[in-house]
Write a protein that binds this ligand. Structure first.
Ligand SMILES: Nc1ncnc2c1ncn2[C@@H]1O[C@H](COP(=O)(O)OP(=O)(O)OP(=O)(O)O)[C@@H](O)[C@H]1O
Length: 255
């Protein structure tokens, strides 16, 4: 079974006359960390928005686990196991850490209103499982001791880790991270680096990330895609990308 987990072909997104994403191809296998890099405005977040159902692509195919997901709604895609974080933290800042984790699972609980009202046995069991999963993932990201703190009162690096935990609690197969290291100090970046590697090696999921921190990208990626002005420029291993003349020129802004 060598089917790709994510197989994107000819992905194109137009906004009026602007072609923000132009015939982009991506492949992510099981248990791979894949990065998308490119100068500011290259179209990276637009690619994520197309993959996660926030935009309907103008053209192209997005196969996830062998099925077409282009054009599906965001909640349908996340139920299939493809979840994402955003460039800017999007937590419920007035809720506690544990409440954020439980809300994230709510749509996966799949219980009827009546079952909830009467607290049936199966409802209680699902609630307990949701609580156990929340505690498990808070421990994984080193936030268990802050479970009852308001999310908005956490340090920035902790908020970013909570976002990842909140995704993981829904048991995805592919996690999309949009600039996870932005705003982190070197220590927090190192913790993030280790967390992403653990997600792949211990939890057996795949991670697709957009990131400007080249140290992080080059250190953890199994494969790297470079896009510039919406168009694929190169792809390969970290060593191949570091030594690619087109990539060097795009980053230095040369012709
Ligand atoms: N909803 C939209 N309507 C119109 N234009 C858009 C929209 N979303 C993105 N764009 C344009 O698409 C292009 C690509 O933007 P995008 O945010 O995807 O780039 P990026 O590579 O993620 O940039 P950065 O690294 O700065 O986050 C930009 O020219 C942007 O202005």
């Amino acid at each position: 079974m060598s089917q790709l987990l994510l197989d994107v072909n000819g992905l194109t997104m137009r906004f009026g006359g602007l072609v923000a994403v132009n015939k982009v191809n991506l492949a992510v296998k099981n248990r791979q960390i894949v990065s998308i890099i490119g100068p500011n405005g290259a179209g990276k977040t637009t690619v994520f928005n197309c993959l996660s159902g926030f935009y309907i692509p103008s053209e192209g195919s997005v196969m996830f686990n062998g099925g077409e997901i282009a054009g599906m709604k965001d909640f349908q895609i996340s139920r299939q196991g493809l979840v994402r974080t955003f460039q800017h933290v999007r937590l419920f800042s007035k809720m506690t850490v544990i409440e954020n984790m439980l809300v994230a699972q709510h749509r996966h609980l799949n219980t009827s209103l009546l079952a909830g009202l009467f607290k049936t046995g199966s409802y209680k069991r699902l609630e307990q499982e949701a609580m156990d999963r929340a505690a498990y993932w808070l421990k994984q990201v080193d936030l268990l001791e802050f479970a009852n703190r308001e999310a908005g009162n956490l340090a920035y690096g902790q908020q970013r880790r909570l976002e990842i935990a909140r995704c993981m609690v829904t048991q995805p197969e592919l996690l999309l991270l949009d600039e996870p290291a932005a705003g982190l100090n070197p220590n927090e970046t190192k913790e993030l680096d280790e967390l992403i590697i653990r997600l792949r090696d211990e939890h057996e999921i795949s991670v697709l990330l957009i990131e400007h921190d080249m140290g992080l990208v080059m250190g953890i990626s199994d494969h790297i895609y470079v896009i510039a002005q919406g168009t694929p420029l190169a792809d390969g291993t970290a060593d191949e990308i570091k030594n690619n003349d087109d990539v060097i020129k795009a980053y230095l802004g040369e012709e």
